[in-house]
Structures are given as C-alpha cells and as structure tokens.
Design a protein around this ligand. Structure first.
Ligand SMILES: *Cc1c(COP(=O)(O)O)cnc(C)c1O
Length: 481
C-alpha cells in the first residue's frame, strides 16, 4: 500500500500545474461560447498527474468491502457468492449488444432466455406465470399490488383499499402499499415472532385487498400458520401476497404457490446471482397464480410454435415501465439456474438453513437469542447476553470490521432494541463460518474484559467511528467547506 497516497482526498494530492490529460491538436476550428455562458474564474479542481489519479482510485477501490473480499453476513440481503461464469454470460456480445427494439426475428436467443427464465421461476415457485419487467424488489411489490388492486376492481369490488402488513415486515412493504394508493393496516406478531392469527382475524373484512407476508419472516422463522391464514384471507375475498425477496431458504424446501399465495415477487439480485448493494442493477420478477395471468403487465415474451415473440398491447392498465426489465440480470439468473440444475438448486435452502442454525447454536451462550428454536436462512440476536459493560450491537458491529468481516444487519427488525440479524448463505465453508464464530466469541470476551476497545472500534479500518446521525443530517459534500 502506498502510504503517501492512501486515505487521502484527491484534493490533498493536488499540485498546481499537474495534469492527467493531454488533448490532441484541434483540427476543427474554434467555437466561441457566448460571454454570458463562460465562467469568469477557474473551476476549483484537483490538479494531479495521471499516475497519481490511477493510484488514488485504485487505493480507494481497496476500501470497498464485498463478497469477494470476505464474509458478508448481512441479514435480509443474501450477500452470497455470485459465480463469475454468470457475469461472463451476461457480458457476451450477442446479449450485451442487443437492442430492446430489435425485431424478434433477430434476437431469438435473447428471447429464449427470457421465456425460459419466466418458466423456470414459475416452476420454482409453483405459480402460473411471471413478468420480468420490474427493476427491483420494491418495484415488484408495487407491480404486485397494482395487479391485486386491478383484480378487485375488475370484479367491481371497489371497497378493498387496505393492505395488511406484519409489524416485522421489510419497510418497502408499507411503502409500496402507500405508493399504490392503498391504506396500511399492521398485524401484530406473537411473542414467538410469527403472525398473531387472532389479531389477523379481527382485521379481516370486505375492505381488505391483500395481506403481504414474508416467509421465512424477517426473524428467519417459517410461518407455521400459513395454511390457516390462506384459508381465512381467501374466505374474506382478499389475496395473499408473498414477499419473496429472500427466496434463498425456499429453494428445495417449498413453493409459495403450493401454500396458497396468489401473487409474489422475487429479487433476482439476492437469490439468483446478481451482486447487489450500492444500488446496482436489479430485477424483481412478479408471478401470479392461475387465473390472474391477464393482470400481468406487458410487454412479455411468448412462444408461438418454435418462435419467440414479444407481446405488446394491453390486457390491463398496469404499466411498470422499462420494457422487458434488466436483461443482463435475467441472463445471470438463468445461467445460475442452469449451472446448478434441479438437483443442486434443491440444496441451496437446506445448506443456507444449516449454516444459519450452526452459527446461532454456537453463539447463543454469549449473545442473547430472543426466540429459541430452528431458524431458516437467518436469525436475530438481541445484542450481547451480558450487557453490564454497556457494549452495544453497534460496538460489536464496528469491532467486527477490525477482524475483516462485514457487519451483520443491525437494529433491524425493530422488534428488539439491539437486533443483530445474521445471514451466512449457503456458499460459505465451515472454516469461514468457524472463523466468524471465533471472532464473535472473542468480541464477547473483550466486551467483558476490555470494553473500551470494543466501544471505540474500528481501529484498523481506513476511517474510524463516524457519527452516523451527524453525517446524515449535516453532510459535508465539498472539500473546501
Ligand atoms: C431486499 C428486500 C426488499 C426490497 O428489495 P429492493 O430490490 O431493495 O427494492 C423487500 N423485501 C424484503 C424482505 C427484502 O429483504
């Protein structure tokens, strides 16, 4: 690492008169900008030679933490290894250089990928048909809720304006319902972390459009009441929406369609091999059960005989934009499904579940486990068991960075004050997981014996403890403030 450059701002590396560019001679004549459009003083830009710029950005990229750097147990995010072969497939010129408005005759291969992915997702989830058009999980939720609203309206059932959302739900659920113009009603969780069926009963009437459920829920628990909930919700005329953002634990275990769900979305950028974080490209396919296909948005890819075609036109008023969605993400998902194949895809859920339970059981003597029992792909600790030295979940998360691990999701879900949500995924080796367990045990020991070391962490990271609140409320966005 170059100590002179490392951790510095590009402005601090500036030397008057240094340049990182040289323009070729102008052979085209001059165009004079009108005087009122010209600046009167020089822009304040850093002045650096080319090599300094290259080193600066290369060093800075090394500050990034990703799945390819180390273990990344961020709950509710499925930060799993995304095999490079899938990137190679998506980058193939035949795919990457195709144009959405190309005549179907000239891109049969690309359309076959779309079509087969639509079909694969239907088979994996037990639903009838999928659209790949939405760009993200939240976009999928909005699309799904538009489908549900349009379905009720199509039957002249216009009273259904409310959506039931559990108190443990991901924040996008109530947000999507609100954006769709529906009212949000919260259903409580029982002390064991699952939906309170008695409370749900009280909420169900002819104003309910749907219930949105995440399963396994945000605590990593499989909702055992689903058959009963499905019966109750359908009996009152509402539909069941499945937030399948985290489908990982379900692969090989069970299918939402078989449980009675009517509409769902999947995050391809969590379960199906597109790296995410930092707002990268996503895809939130939405699936529906038989009977609701005509409510899916267009365009869609269909097969007529041996030929694939893009069907446009409208069966309904649902437009989610973006033509056929993020094609590159669809290619990666399809490549991932094909490389694993039926047999290996079935191992994803069980292995992710095994890894999560192994970590939970190995640490529950030093971290507080608020809900005992089997979890699925993730689980939640409520901070350290021994809180007497005042070491918080935030401190533990910061200290983990010193040991080269990304922190788990913290302070979410909101059901516990010191939540630490850990999701290891299926790809990690036993050695990696044991290393993580040992470090969390070591931090628990430090919290007892040398708590200040934990409270002032991180010590080895390029940037120390930042004041998150101050940074969010009063961001300093310029060098010379
Ligand atoms: C990630 C996630 C979402 C939202 O997905 P985005 O692609 O970020 O919009 C929704 N629900 C759950 C349970 C999630 O984990």
């Amino acid at each position: 690492m170059n100590n002179k450059l490392y951790g510095k701002l590009i402005f601090e590396l500036s030397h008057k008169g240094s340049k990182a560019y040289s323009l070729p001679q102008n052979a085209y004549g001059n165009y004079e900008l009108p005087a009122e459009m010209r600046r009167t003083s020089d822009a304040e830009l850093p002045e650096c030679d080319e090599l300094t710029v290259v080193r600066h950005y290369t060093n800075m990229s090394g500050n990034n933490f990703g799945v390819d750097n180390g273990f990344y147990p961020l709950g509710s995010c499925t930060m799993k290894y995304n095999p490079y072969i899938n990137e190679e497939m998506a980058a193939r010129k035949d795919f990457a250089a195709s144009h959405p408005a190309q005549p179907a005759d000239t891109c049969q291969g690309a359309l076959a990928v779309y079509y087969n992915l639509q079909k694969s997702l239907a088979a994996i989830t037990g639903l009838s048909e999928f659209t790949l058009n939405p760009f993200a999980g939240a976009h999928g939720e909005l699309t799904g809720l538009m489908i549900i609203r349009t379905y009720h309206e199509s039957r002249g059932d216009n009273k259904r304006v409310k959506v039931i959302v559990p108190d443990s739900a991901h924040g996008t659920n109530p947000a999507s319902a609100a954006v769709c113009g529906l009212d949000v009603v919260e259903v409580k969780s029982t002390p064991d972390g699952t939906i309170d069926i008695n409370h749900l009963k009280e909420l169900l009437d002819d104003t309910i459009a749907a219930i949105m459920m995440t399963n396994p829920n945000t605590l990593g628990l499989f909702e055992p009441g689903i058959p009963e909930i499905a019966k109750m919700v359908h009996a009152c005329g509402a539909l069941l929406y499945y937030d399948g953002a985290n489908l990982n634990p379900m692969l090989g275990a069970s299918r939402p369609g078989d449980m009675g769900f009517d509409v769902m979305h999947i995050n391809l950028h969590k379960t199906f091999s597109t790296p995410h974080g930092g707002g990268g490209p996503g895809c939130g396919p939405v699936g529906v059960r038989a009977g609701l296909e005509s409510f899916l948005p267009k365009p869609k890819v269909v097969k007529n005989g041996d030929k694939y075609e893009i069907e446009t036109g409208a069966d309904n008023d649902i437009h989610v934009g973006g033509f056929l969605g993020n094609f590159g993400v669809a290619v990666k998902a399809y490549a991932y499904i094909l490389t694993l194949g039926h047999e290996n895809l079935k191992m994803v859920g069980p292995l992710a579940t095994l890894n999560a339970n192994y970590i939970k059981e190995s640490l529950k003597d030093v971290y507080e486990l608020p809900i005992e029992g089997l979890c699925k792909h993730e689980f939640v600790f409520n901070g350290l068991k021994d809180k007497s030295t005042g070491v918080t979940t935030m401190d533990v998360a910061k200290r983990l960075l010193d040991f080269g691990y990304h922190a788990p999701t913290i302070y979410f879900p909101l059901l516990f004050h010191e939540a630490m949500m850990i999701e290891p995924t299926e790809n990690e080796s036993k050695e990696t997981i044991d290393g993580f367990i040992n470090v969390l045990r070591e931090i628990a020991r430090e919290a007892k014996e040398t708590p200040d070391v934990v409270k002032s962490a991180p010590h080895n990271a390029p940037i120390g403890r930042v004041d998150d609140v101050l940074a969010a409320k009063h961001p300093v966005l310029t060098f010379n403030k």
